[in-house]
Design a protein around this ligand. Structure first.
Ligand code: DP6
Length: 358
């Protein structure tokens, strides 16, 4: 090995938007969820984190920059990811002493988001998925997507779902050590390729209450939440997987909207109450309801969902592009308060992250 050799690997990870929401932890140290969740991975051509991990003997300390700003990586969750990835590399080096000693070197991690960070657009999901994947690539680990999802989950829960493409579930898991709290593919994107999502950026500001803090307050104070975690979500997970397998948009849409509303009801039931949606968000809900009410038997052709922020994500099928995306774009075009990407059209991601490694 040359004395000053620099080792480097890059990857992209896309944003995922949950249709059955993760909210609440049963173990905050291991980052284990109170309920299962399910998401759609968006196209990485649109919303994504790009991350490069490098190491060399010259790198003085572990560091992470996001959009050129230095980030604190001393937190337990980031450290858990780094520790686990290094341990896997160390195992490889112990087995094969001819390998360069990367596990002992410090890491320089450089990330860029092409969307507003921490504005409820799942930035931590893409961020940790890209970080874990980039380091796994750098270390040339032969780990499965399931293993990567388990590591990424420790950084940020929703990140475990961004390690896979298409329609992805995160199973709650039963084991106390969290080893079975991992993501799995429900269906590849190709199973339902005409699914589309439009993102309406109501505010690109950083959110008031982070997901981590918000869900802890909800778990501590909301009775509605316990009902959601124990009764509501398990049934919805089954129904949502069935809707996806059957490409049943009506069921997909009803479940998506109900679950978003149930999650935000739990936020409102939190002490002190948490308001992630604003008036613009509510206008987007009314618009979806109005579009759906024009359909025969009021069968939904679009479905809204909101994460821990005011931005709406609206799912619809390609055949309804003109009516759904067209209506939103027409309104968005005139309205102050809709900012940022202005209803940028996002196609569902069509390939898995594995195909995207550098
Ligand atoms: C509302 O994954 O950001 O977007 O595990 O504390 O990092 P931590 O939380 P995070 O929470 C995401 C919550 C959500 C719903 C979802 O993506 O399922």
């Amino acid at each position: 090995m040359a004395e000053n050799e620099i080792y480097r690997a890059s990857t992209y990870a896309p944003v995922n938007i949950a249709v059955i929401k993760y909210w609440g932890k049963r173990d905050s140290k291991l980052n284990l969820p109170s309920n299962a969740s399910l998401s759609v991975t968006l196209s990485q051509d649109d919303l994504r984190t790009h991350t490069t991990a490098s190491c060399s003997k010259e790198v003085p300390e572990d560091s992470l920059t996001l959009n050129n700003a230095s980030q604190d990586i001393s937190g337990a969750r980031t450290q858990a990811c780094l520790r686990e990835l290094r341990a896997l590399r160390q195992e490889m080096e112990d087995k094969d002493p001819s390998l360069p000693k990367l596990a002992a070197m410090k890491l320089k991690i450089v990330s860029e988001n092409n969307f507003p960070t921490a504005a409820g657009l799942a930035s931590s999901a893409a961020g940790f998925a890209a970080l874990v994947r980039a380091i796994a690539n750098l270390y040339q680990l032969s780990v499965s997507p399931t293993d990567l999802s388990r590591i990424a989950r420790q950084g940020s829960g929703s990140a475990c779902r961004s390690v896979l493409g298409g329609y992805v579930a995160w199973q709650k898991g039963e084991k106390p050590d969290g080893s079975d709290s991992v993501a799995y593919e429900v269906s590849p994107a190709s199973h339902w390729p005409d699914m589309r999502a439009i993102i309406l950026v109501a505010s690109a500001e950083k959110k008031d209450v982070s997901s981590t803090a918000g869900m802890q307050q909800t778990v501590a104070s909301s009775a509605l939440f316990q009902h959601r975690a124990d009764e509501v979500v398990p049934k919805r997970m089954k129904a949502m997987e069935k809707a996806i397998h059957n490409r049943d948009f009506e069921s997909f849409a009803v479940l998506t909207m109900k679950d978003s509303n149930n999650f935000h009801a739990c936020c409102l039931d939190t002490q002190p109450p948490i308001f992630y949606m604003n008036d613009t968000s509510k206008a987007a809900i009314r618009m979806c309801e109005a579009i759906n009410s024009t359909q025969p038997d009021e069968k939904p052709i679009c479905a809204y969902t909101f994460d821990a922020g005011p931005n709406a994500v609206v799912y619809y099928l390609a055949e309804h592009e003109d009516l759904v995306a067209g209506t939103f774009k027409a309104i968005v075009g005139d309205k102050t308060g809709w900012e940022g990407n202005r209803g940028q059209n996002i196609k569902v991601r069509s390939e898995t992250l594995e195909g995207t490694q550098a």
